[in-house]
Design a protein around this ligand. Structure first.
Ligand SMILES: Nc1nc2c(c(=O)[nH]1)N[C@H]1C(S)=C(S)[C@@H](COP(=O)(O)O)O[C@H]1N2
Ligand SMILES: [Mo]
Length: 432
């Protein structure tokens, strides 16, 4: 009993407030990082939900195993096919901003670390609820950043589908975020008003003092001599974010920055020549052989309807005799990287729909020759099929597709996620 009492009043190690000695830790510094996250997290959430909708998850169990997402899918809509850079912009912002926020998130978590060891851990029901919301917030946030980064580095080391995990995780995170903002906004505004940013940026290490003890829990009760100023902390975090931006933004912006986009997941895997743009999956890695893409290759175009029209079987030469169209379109992957516009030439998908006897399909199932791997088939929406720029491409930038770019034929859809651009197409089934 006595031991318990003394433990409660004098908890061990980090549970003791005097354990935390940083003189710059305090509500002001936490609030500066908090403000950056307050402005950015809604952008991350919004672009994430949009990216998810763009994937057509509700069209069939092929694109996503949990399709409509129940109540959380309330907002799903048919993603537009113009302007052509739409998904490129959305995903460039989502992934680049997410990477840039990593230092901010780490500094924010560092700044509130003493809170993790609060003693006693639960004071009242209200305190318990607040800590639960923090569990959702920090757990959800770390989960979202971790799964996002693993995905864009194509290191799929998590159980289940990235789309499901990242989507559900986002809702957990945002629930904790909303509660946290509601609880902390007044304290944040108070803290930000307590000292000026400009003033802090002018304060040297020698002049750095802790915030007053009455400013709140985060202020150390036994501050050590400062070894870094608040200016130093902010500069360090800002420089970290700026460096990441420099090494990441080029993968979606293109131009000279592309060469230094060292954080791009596929590095500089391009082919050279007219097809000199990003290749995510090579023919060899997909197990595609020259034998199956050569003379023996056939495209099967069919309808799943009751009208009973026989499938149309086409050779590449047949396709080349049909009316060709050229569209200038990028490929933009969920991983954040995108190519500049390339001139794709081939047959309009809607012309193939007419050939199959389904001039106004409700969707289309595109299947690849590829058998192993994740992206061997996809369902396109009616809007995607009917867009005049949606092509079964046979050529790019004036030459035949290379094997790595999807020879003999690949789908290319404007404004859509790269995963919709199936390579080494074997069949298209139009649904009515
Ligand atoms: N057959 C097949 N098509 C595919 C893929 C694939 O792995 N196999 N990857 C998809 C994804 S996720 C993207 S982003 C684009 C990338 O195109 P690229 O490999 O030409 O860069 O192709 C899509 N089409
Ligand atoms: Mo992708």
């Amino acid at each position: 009993m006595k031991l318990l009492k003394s433990l409660l009043s004098q908890p061990p190690g980090p549970f003791r407030r005097s354990f935390w000695r940083s003189p710059v830790r305090g509500p002001w510094l936490t609030s500066v990082f908090g403000l950056v996250l307050l402005a950015s997290v809604p952008v991350m959430f919004g672009t994430g939900l949009l990216s998810y909708a763009a994937y057509n998850p509700d069209l069939s169990p092929i694109n996503d195993k949990t399709g409509g997402k129940g109540l959380l899918g309330f907002y799903l809509f048919s993603w537009p096919t113009h302007p052509v850079w739409l998904y490129r912009l959305n995903q460039g912002v989502h992934v680049t901003l997410g990477l840039v926020l990593v230092p901010v998130l780490l500094f924010k978590l560092w700044s509130v670390l003493p809170r993790l060891f609060e003693w006693p851990p639960l004071r009242s029901p209200a305190h318990a609820l607040e800590r639960l919301s923090l569990f959702l917030l920090v757990g959800g946030g770390v989960f979202e950043f971790a799964t996002g980064i693993l995905n864009i580095q194509t290191w799929y080391k998590f159980p289940g589908s990235f789309y499901q995990l990242h989507f559900y995780g986002a809702w957990v995170f945002i629930a904790g975020f909303v509660v946290h903002v509601a609880l902390k906004l007044p304290a944040m505004i108070r803290a930000l008003r307590s000292r000026s940013v400009v003033g802090e940026l002018r304060t040297s290490l020698a002049q750095t003092r802790p915030e007053p003890p009455e400013a709140g829990y985060l202020v150390s009760t036994a501050p050590a001599e400062p070894t870094i100023s608040r200016r130093g902390v902010l500069t360090f975090a800002g420089a970290g974010s700026a460096l990441i931006a420099l090494l990441a933004a080029g993968q979606s912006l293109g131009g000279p920055l592309r060469r230094i986009a060292l954080l791009a997941p596929h590095g500089q895997d391009t082919a050279g020549g007219p097809g000199n743009f990003q290749i995510k999956q090579t023919a060899a890695s997909a197990g595609i052989t020259a034998a199956e893409t050569g003379e023996a290759w056939r495209l099967t175009v069919s309808s799943d309807g009751q009208r009973g029209q026989a499938p149309v079987i086409l050779r590449r030469a047949d396709l080349l005799r049909m009316t060709q169209h050229t569209a200038s379109l990028p490929i933009a992957c969920v991983e954040g990287w995108s190519t500049d516009n390339q001139a794709w030439t081939g047959i309009r998908l809607r012309d193939l729909a007419r050939l199959a006897g389904v001039p106004r399909p409700s969707s289309a199932l595109v299947q690849s020759l590829q058998r192993r791997g994740a992206f061997t088939q996809v369902v396109l929406s009616a809007a995607q099929v009917m867009d005049p720029d949606t092509l079964l491409a046979l050529r790019v930038n004036g030459t035949d597709l290379s094997p790595d770019h999807g020879y003999p034929a690949r789908v290319i859809v404007p404004a859509s996620p790269g995963v919709h651009n199936t390579k080494w197409v074997a069949s298209v089934t139009f649904r009515s």
